[in-house]
Write a protein that binds this ligand. Structure first.
Ligand code: NDP
Length: 301
């Protein structure tokens, strides 16, 4: 067994250090704001577009907070509301329009989508060059092949949080609980690209605690409140909780049970851990997409 990694500042016997994402998110947002302020000199202000086809209230709340954050960073933004009865063709047409619109740099196709639409075809219709949340399977494929691509913002936020706290990834044993295309799989590729030794668990994994106790870095992305308890955590391990599960009182809780903090060396809180970093990464991706579009334009001209 490897010795457990010890993040800077963690002292044994004091419980887990809290890996807040707030300071990192603020500094990423500041970087975006500075880049946007410089943008007029480069020609134009980067723009985010969000396509929604739902009347789901929590989705609407998320889009409002994202657009508000974009506005505070000085980004232009547009929300295309198609309503919960939109067809596959209507959503596809909206995505095509945003692909052709040279003022738009980043496109997000918000979920949930209406029942009956072809979600896979729509993910494929998100323009790859503007796919700032890594929704198009092309982006995941490029990521897996080690090529330049936008990773889903949540997966990238986990890596950014680990880097922020100077947690070494090379050679570390990382266990990811969850294999979705939004979080688990892209995160596994990002960790591999950083030379971690990666295991991915899912609902059919046999003896989950035995596997997760192997982890120097344990990442919970299952969407199951309190799934990972003290028995799943190796003493001193770094635990990143991606889970955002609604509670009856209107709050959020993670996938990691409170008791795990007694064993872990460091633990990211929910809320206030990966979540704010995810939003900040998305906004940074809009600036990156605009920069890459500018480079392509320059090469053409
Ligand atoms: P999905 O439901 O798409 O995937 C969940 C994954 O967890 C699946 O691979 C599933 O396995 C696995 N899983 C479920 N139950 C268990 C279990 N008991 N033991 C082991 N594995 C299990 O969820 P997402 O990936 O979309 O999201 C995961 C969590 O992350 C959610 O709480 C979500 O809200 C949160 N999230 C947070 C974001 C943020 O910004 N902080 C952004 C995106 C998501 P199987 O494949 O076998 O079904």
């Amino acid at each position: 067994m490897n010795a457990p990694l010890n993040p800077a500042g963690t002292e044994s016997g004091e419980g887990a250090r809290s890996l807040s994402g707030k300071a990192l998110a603020a500094s990423l947002r500041e970087g975006t704001r500075a880049a946007v302020e410089a943008a007029p000199e480069a020609g134009r202000v980067p723009k985010l577009a969000v396509v929604t086809a739902t009347d789901d209230e929590s989705s609407a709340w998320y889009v409002r907070s994202l657009v508000s954050a974009a506005g505070k960073s000085g980004l232009l933004h547009e929300v295309v509301h198609l309503g919960p009865r939109a067809s596959t063709e209507e959503v596809r047409d909206a995505l095509r329009g945003l692909d052709e619109d040279t003022s738009v740099d980043g496109v997000i196709l918000q979920t949930p989508l209406p029942a009956g639409v072809d979600a896979r075809a729509l993910a494929e219709a998100v323009p790859p060059a503007k796919d700032i949340d890594g929704a198009n399977p092309l982006s995941l494929g490029r990521l897996a092949a080690g090529l330049a691509a936008f990773a889903p913002a949540t997966a990238e936020a986990v890596i950014a949080l680990l880097d922020h706290y100077e947690i070494p990834l090379r050679g570390a044993r990382a266990v990811v609980v969850g294999r979705s295309t939004v979080v688990g799989k892209p995160l596994a590729h990002l960790l591999l690209a950083r030379d971690a030794t990666v295991t991915v668990c899912h609902s059919r994994t046999r003896d989950l605690p035995e596997v997760t106790r192997e982890a120097d870095i344990l990442i919970a992305a299952a969407g199951q409140p309190g799934l990972l308890t003290a028995e799943h955590v190796r003493p001193g391990a770094i635990v990143i909780d991606v889970g955002t599960n609604p509670t009856p009182d209107g709050g959020l809780t993670g996938d990691v049970a409170p008791g795990a903090a007694r064993v872990a060396g460091a633990l990211s809180p929910v809320p206030g851990g990966v979540g704010p970093v995810t939003t900040a990464v998305l906004l940074a991706h809009v600036v990156r997409a605009a920069r890459e579009a500018g480079i392509r334009e320059g090469l053409r001209g």
